[in-house]
Design a protein around this ligand. Structure first.
Ligand SMILES: Nc1ncnc2c1ncn2[C@@H]1O[C@H](COP(=O)(O)OP(=O)(O)O)[C@@H](O)[C@H]1O
Ligand SMILES: [Mg+2]
Length: 245
């Protein structure tokens, strides 16, 4: 028997089904995410917006395998990560996900280039080669002159750019950023978003950005609005039409 399989134009990067998450127990139990269903296509730039406390960081942390959901399914590029054991999940995360934390999480005692090189060093890449690659990326984010200095020598915006370079160095398939432009001025913010947009245009990759910054919605393919732990709306952006924002 011959069966014909029609391949979709785009593959699914992230599929989240029936996701629930609570923090705490008993009287202190806080139900933070309610039955979230979400699909992100490969080759797309996705923005998550919503008021403070609505569950954005929790959602992307589960998406990136950093937090575990109470119920529901999270599938990344065909791999159901909710079924992976802790060590398998950590390996999957190292190989496939770049996460830019809101608080940057840089290591104070090593140079900026070493911070960027950390994901490569963990994978066993020789130190010299890893640092060379880190330097190139630091140049791309406009920090070529800060390679040998330390995070403490940088402004908040510069530290954030180091965190972004560290998240991108592995060429991760999924890049997740928690409010990446909050500490960046207009010009640098635009440069970073352009860099992330280049990543998002790769048909095998996907970018998710949590933001309050409506100046940058023009970069989005999909805008996901959250409220009180729920998805309020999902809007596909048609770039052939004049900007809706
Ligand atoms: N580790 C935690 N323990 C208890 N409550 C938490 C924890 N992390 C987040 N919360 C709560 O979950 C809700 C959603 O938080 P968060 O996902 O950080 O929201 P957002 O990123 O949209 O501001 C908030 O009420 C927050 O206080
Ligand atoms: Mg947050």
């Amino acid at each position: 028997m011959i069966t014909t399989v029609t391949m979709p134009n785009k593959t699914i990067a992230v599929s989240i089904q029936g996701l629930n998450k609570s923090f705490g127990d008993g009287e202190n139990r806080l139900h933070v995410l309610h039955d979230i269903n979400l699909t992100l296509q490969s080759g797309s730039m996705n923005y998550i917006v919503g008021p403070s406390g609505c569950g954005k960081t929790t959602l992307i942390s589960i998406m990136a395998g950093i937090l575990t959901a109470e119920s529901g399914e999270t599938t990344l590029f065909g791999t159901p990560i909710h079924q992976l054991k802790k060590s398998q999940k950590a390996k999957f995360r190292r190989e496939n996900i770049g996460f830019i934390f809101q608080q940057f999480n840089l290591v104070a005692t090593i140079t900026n280039a070493e911070n960027v090189a950390v994901p490569l060093l963990i994978q066993g890449k020789p130190h010299g080669k890893a640092i060379e690659q880190a330097k190139l990326l630091l140049e791309q984010v406009g920090l070529g002159d800060k390679i040998n200095s330390f995070p403490r020598d940088l402004s908040g915006g510069q530290q954030q750019r180091v965190a972004i370079a560290r998240a991108l160095i592995n060429n991760p398939r999924l890049v997740v950023c928690d409010e990446p432009t909050s500490a960046l001025d207009g010009k640098t913010g635009a440069q970073i978003l352009e860099l992330l947009t280049v990543v998002a245009r790769d048909p095998n990759r996907c970018v998710v950005v949590v933001t309050h910054d409506n100046r940058i919605y023009k970069y989005a393919d999909q805008l996901i609005e959250m409220e009180d732990g729920r998805i309020k709306s999902i809007q596909q952006v048609d770039h052939t039409k004049p900007s809706q924002f």
